[in-house]
Design a protein around this ligand. Structure first.
Ligand code: GLV
Ligand code: MN
Ligand code: MN
Length: 422
């Protein structure tokens, strides 16, 4: 079906974005919604209610990945999927992830209202914990769906922030308390579950806005890696202990942080990015020499081999700093994932939807990671980006306009119609 008249209820979508934003552990404009927190569970309940109203079937798996299905005329065929996440890092904004979930729901409602009858079922998928905040690893739900995470994670993963604070409850305990039980093995999806998967998301970068282009069609998702570092020095009295011979763990950490920045910059390519986002200092007293520091490193590149070379440089710097400063540096890889490529067929469907809607587009790479990185292992995927103001994301002032959102949802709607027709 190529020609269709449908209408997006933008006022309802705006309201719903605001409602989800209000379910936050921090006051507006910040949005903090950590997976399995009270706010996350409220948001899930609220979303399921909206989906029930839309007549969608609901299935939750053992970790809370939630499948919201509009059954098509051919339920025997692999479904067409769309969706994203609603968890939000501390002090985030209201669009990251949410646009893909509420935009997906609105697309389904628009198709229903237009009288469209899907051949393949259309399924909205809410992924659990795309953000690494609580368990230290990103794309937790989609890793499990694609079989990329060892089910041993149930007992191994503990509440982050990690380091010495990682004495918290296990994933198994936390998900059970949140009402999700069953084995992690059961989460894995078969390879032919989806015939196509499309994720709508904000760009989280400045390119679309800068070029005045309405939509980005993502051809590749960069390869993310992350690691934990523990630096062990020697503490003591900040007044009594003389400067010569100190083994200050935070001074060593400062050198490590700068080494990460240097190594990422040294490739000379904008696609290499390295960030130290967590620094915990023990014992954390103004008059005590830091004896232990816990750091995280987030490193990404569109070229996995180049990323791995930067990783090797960071390792070498750590060894050198450990020697020079006579501290222990323990380095543990959390993840080092391969990049993903979009499916030419799903990209073609997105392009023709943009053309039918008369909306400008360009192809682009995603430097941020998304659940589509893992869905690409089990389904043909593509992502659709809408611009966000000044490329700002993971901040309370993240913003996309109703018109920008509307453009994305219209193209998503048309794409779902096309992909679900048999
Ligand atoms: C996702 O939130 C990312 O960090 O890319
Ligand atoms: Mn995010
Ligand atoms: Mn996101």
């Amino acid at each position: 079906m190529t020609v269709m008249n449908f209408e997006i209820n933008q006022a309802r979508l705006n309201r719903e974005i605001d409602t989800l934003a209000s379910l936050s552990a921090d006051p507006a404009p910040a949005v903090t919604r950590i997976v399995f927190s009270e706010q996350d569970l409220q948001a899930r309940a609220w979303l399921k209610e909206r989906c029930r109203e839309a007549g969608l079937g609901i299935r939750e798996d053992a970790v809370g990945n939630t499948f919201l299905r509009w059954t098509g005329a051919r339920p025997d065929l692999p479904a067409v999927g769309t969706g994203s996440h609603i968890d939000a890092i501390p002090h985030a904004g209201k669009y990251d992830g949410v646009i893909g979930v509420l935009g997906g729901l609105e697309a389904i409602r628009a198709l229903q209202a237009s009288g469209f009858q899907p051949g393949r079922s259309i399924e909205l998928l809410l992924f659990t914990s795309e953000e690494p905040t609580r368990f230290g690893i990103g794309c937790f739900g989609s890793r499990l769906l694609s079989g990329a995470l060892d089910p041993g994670a149930d007992e191994k993963l503990r509440e982050a922030p990690a380091g010495e604070e990682a004495q918290g409850r296990t994933l198994a305990q936390i998900r059970k308390n949140a009402g999700f039980s069953g084995s992690l093995e059961s989460v894995r999806l078969p390879k032919n579950y989806y015939s196509a998967f499309v994720e709508l998301h904000i760009e989280q970068g400045p390119i679309l806005e800068r070029e005045g282009i309405s939509l980005g069609l993502v051809t590749d998702i960069a390869a993310p890696a992350s690691l934990r570092l523990e630096i062990e020095g020697e503490g003591g009295h900040a007044g009594g202990r003389l400067m010569p011979g100190r083994r200050d763990a935070l001074c060593a950490a400062a050198e490590v942080i700068l080494a990460v920045e240097r190594a990422a910059l040294a490739t000379g390519v904008v696609d290499t990015v390295g960030t130290v986002g967590i620094c915990q200092v023990h014992p954390g007293a103004i008059n005590s020499i830091p004896s232990r520091v816990y750091l995280t490193v987030d490193l990404r590149d569109t070229d996995a081999a180049r990323r791995d070379r930067v990783l090797a440089e960071i390792r070498a710097s750590c060894e050198q700093i450990a020697q020079q400063r006579r501290v222990g540096v323990k380095l543990e890889m959390i993840n080092a994932d391969a990049p993903a490529q979009s499916s030419p067929e799903v990209l073609a469907a997105l392009k023709s939807a943009c053309e039918a809607e008369n909306i400008s587009y360009r192809t682009m790479v995603s430097r941020a990671y998304h659940d589509s990185l893992f869905m690409a292992r089990i389904a043909p995927v593509a992502m659709l980006f809408i611009p966000c103001r000044e490329g700002v994301s993971h901040r309370p002032d993240e913003y996309s306009s109703p018109q920008q959102i509307n453009d994305g949802v219209r193209v998503l709607t048309r794409t779902l119609a096309r992909l679900s027709s048999v």
